[in-house]
Every structure is written in structure tokens, then in C-alpha cells.
Design a protein around this ligand. Structure first.
Ligand code: AMP
Length: 359
């Protein structure tokens, strides 16, 4: 371990208090660390499992100052933390991954340009800064296409499909009339992701490629291994590694990709600079979880080499599907994870279940 590595009992600060922060904190506790979670909502699921919390707005500099003084390193579980918050903290305490990476991944245009700059394929895209640029973008990209807001999109929010017959200006208004990119619709065969960790020393460890089924734009089921040829799986991991190296990333990131039919190649859809829902299977299905890998990386500890325990399936419990948790508890081999969220809302991720099938 390097001289700057944290010792057990050090405090890891986590920006964001959702289920990802909760699972990061649990992994950190297992390694002997303490966590301090900073999040604006008093109902934050991560607050339940840590010793210290700051319930304050991300722009509250006094609260941020106190938080920085209490922690040895800061990381995040939520990529829409304002870049200024991360920069403010970085002047006081190490922040990992580097706040500049947030600036790139918070903006779909900057992110696409970054990926394309590495020679990695994405869907064809065009910058649409204002309404009167949309017609030319559609002429270039063609239909069907997807209009996506540059910022604050997740789980399909801030997106509109432009098909034959769609009025472009209605699509523009439906996403709030804000700067967008227009992306060609990709007739993909499957969606996959690679969750990868990069350590302080530049070592990268990828988890096996995961295949993801979405329902209503929200991840429903992840399966590992993905149905891909060995070459395609290696290619997907090479792409994630190239992105992690170019960013000089420290921590876990996820790269979402589209696989084209008939081995037509792999396109990058999106980068998440954090642990990711499609990596939840690692909690029960691998020798090390994505959460532990992230904590190891930001602590300056060596990464583990992930070993998968078998074929794994992870099912999200979305909205009132969580009411079914008692049935899942009786299924042999199923591991149930509930996030401790009081309010059940349609589309809200309430928990997940992992099933490992030894092979
Ligand atoms: P995103 O928020 O970009 O991850 O998009 C959410 C989901 O919409 C993806 O997981 C895909 O299922 C679908 N999607 C996004 N972009 C495209 C595209 N260019 N072509 C086809 N489907 C897409």
C-alpha cells in the first residue's frame, strides 16, 4: 500500500445519501472505516447506516467546511452533485474521483466528445443548443432519433423520441427547451455494461460484462455473464479500461453500452462516475463487490481481483414490487436487499434481489 493509503478507522465522506451511498457505507464499515454522509434530504437511506451525517444543501459552504474537516477523503454516490461543491471540497480534502470528471460526465455533449476523442464509437450525435438548431440536426442524424437534455437526465428522464411524424418543436418543449444533443436511434441487440475499478496505482479491475434489461427506461434485470462472444466481452472491457485510464480515474465507474446485431460492434451510451445499479449483483455474486472495490480505491488500498461465483441474476424491486419482498425471502438462494425507503413511488428503486446459480 502507498504511504498515502488510509488506515482503518479513517473517515470516508460520501456526497449523496441514496441506496448507493448506503451500500458504500456498509462496505466501508466491513473494512473498518467510518463514513460521514452529506446529503440534503432528511430521509436519505444512507443516513440509517452511518455514525455521522450532514443534512444540508450542497451549496451550504459552512456545512461543507465542517464536513471537510471531519473526513479523510471525499467520494460521491451521485453524479449530479454540483461541480462547485466538489471543487470547494477539493481545496480542503482529497476528492476522488477527480471533480473534473464530474464536469465531463454531467454533460452528455462533453461526455460524447470525450468518448469519441478516444476513438470509441457512440451513436451519431449532434449538438442542439437552441430550438432553431433542431431541424438541421434532424437532417443530419435522421429519424428515428432521441433528443436528450445535456444535463440532469437519468432513467430516461429528459428524453424525447423523434420518429416520422413527430413535431420536433413539441419534442423540444417536452424536454423543457434546454440545451440538448440529438442522438441517432440505435437498433441494438442488447444492452450491456462494464463496471470497472481503477486504483491509485493505475491498476484496472473489470467485473464481468453484465447484460441489462430495462423496463420503462429503468433497469429491471441484470444478468451475468452477458450473452456475448468472448471477443465482444473483451472489447467491452477494453473500452471501460481505456475510459478509466484516460480519466486517471480513482474508484468505480460504469460504462453502459449498446451491442449491435450480428456482431456489428459496441457503442458507448453513457458513463456513470460511480458505483452503478448494474453492478449490484457483485454483492452476492462475486468475491468482492463494486462497493468494496470503490472503497479500496479511494482509500488507496489494493484492488481485489473479482471472482464470480456462478451465473447471476439481479432483479430490481421498483415501486410497489417491494411489497413482494416476503415471497422473495422464501426463494432458496435469493438474497434480498431493501433500501429502507419509507415512501413507495412508481419508478422508485426500493430494493433488489440477487440470485446466484452455481455452474
Ligand atoms: P440513457 O439515459 O441515455 O441511459 O437512456 C436510457 C435508455 O434509453 C437506454 O438504456 C436505452 O434503453 C434507451 N436509449 C438511450 N439512447 C438510445 C439510443 N440512441 N438508441 C436506442 N435506445 C436508446
Amino acid at each position: 500500500m502507498s504511504g498515502t493509503a488510509l488506515q482503518p478507522l479513517a473517515t470516508i465522506g460520501i456526497l449523496g445519501g441514496g441506496q448507493l451511498g448506503r451500500m458504500l457505507a456498509l462496505a466501508a464499515a466491513r473494512l473498518g472505516f467510518k463514513c460521514h454522509v452529506f446529503a440534503p434530504s432528511p430521509d436519505s437511506p444512507a443516513f440509517d447506516v452511518v455514525h455521522r451525517v450532514s443534512c444540508a444543501d450542497y451549496t451550504d459552504t459552512e456545512a461543507l467546511d465542517r464536513f471537510a474537516a471531519d473526513v479523510d477523503v471525499v467520494t460521491y454516490e451521485f453524479e449530479n452533485v454540483p461541480a462547485e461543491t466538489a471543487t470547494f471540497l477539493a481545496a480542503r480534502v482529497p476528492v476522488l474521483p477527480d471533480p473534473q470528471i464530474l464536469a465531463t460526465t454531467q454533460d452528455r455533449l462533453a461526455e460524447k466528445n470525450f468518448v469519441a476523442g478516444l476513438g470509441i464509437r457512440t451513436a451519431p450525435y449532434a449538438d442542439v443548443a437552441q430550438a432553431d438548431e433542431l431541424a438541421a440536426a434532424i437532417a443530419r442524424i435522421g429519424r428515428p432519433a432521441i433528443l436528450k437534455t445535456r444535463r440532469y437526465g437519468y432513467d430516461g428522464k429528459g428524453q424525447a423520441t423523434i420518429k416520422n411524424g413527430t413535431d420536433p418543436q413539441a419534442a423540444w418543449r417536452s424536454v423543457g427547451g434546454q440545451p440538448c444533443i440529438l442522438e441517432a436511434y440505435v437498433p441494438f441487440e442488447r444492452e450491456v455494461s462494464v463496471v470497472a475499478a481503477r486504483g491509485h496505482d493505475g491498476t484496472v479491475a473489470c467485473f464481468d460484462v453484465t447484460e441489462n434489461d430495462h423496463r420503462d427506461h429503468i433497469l429491471k434485470v441484470s444478468r451475468v455473464p452477458a450473452s456475448l462472444s468472448a471477443e465482444a466481452a473483451q472489447e467491452a472491457q477494453r473500452i471501460a479500461e481505456a475510459i478509466a485510464q484516460k480519466f486517471a480515474y480513482v474508484g468505480v465507474l460504469a460504462v453502459e453500452m449498446f451491442v449491435l446485431p450480428g456482431s456489428g460492434g459496441i457503442l458507448v451510451n453513457e458513463i456513470a462516475p460511480r458505483v452503478h445499479n448494474s453492478g449490484h449483483w457483485t454483492l452476492d455474486g462475486a468475491s468482492v463487490s463494486q462497493f468494496e472495490q470503490h472503497i479500496r480505491a479511494v482509500a488507496g488500498w489494493p484492488l481485489a481481483t473479482p471472482m464470480r461465483h456462478g451465473r447471476v441474476e439481479m432483479t430490481n424491486l421498483i415501486g410497489d414490487e417491494v411489497d413482494d419482498f416476503a415471497r422473495w425471502l422464501t426463494i432458496p438462494g435469493a438474497s434480498v436487499h431493501l433500501y429502507g425507503k419509507a415512501a413507495v413511488r412508481p419508478g422508485r428503486k426500493m430494493g433488489h434481489v440477487t440470485q446466484v446459480f452455481p455452474v
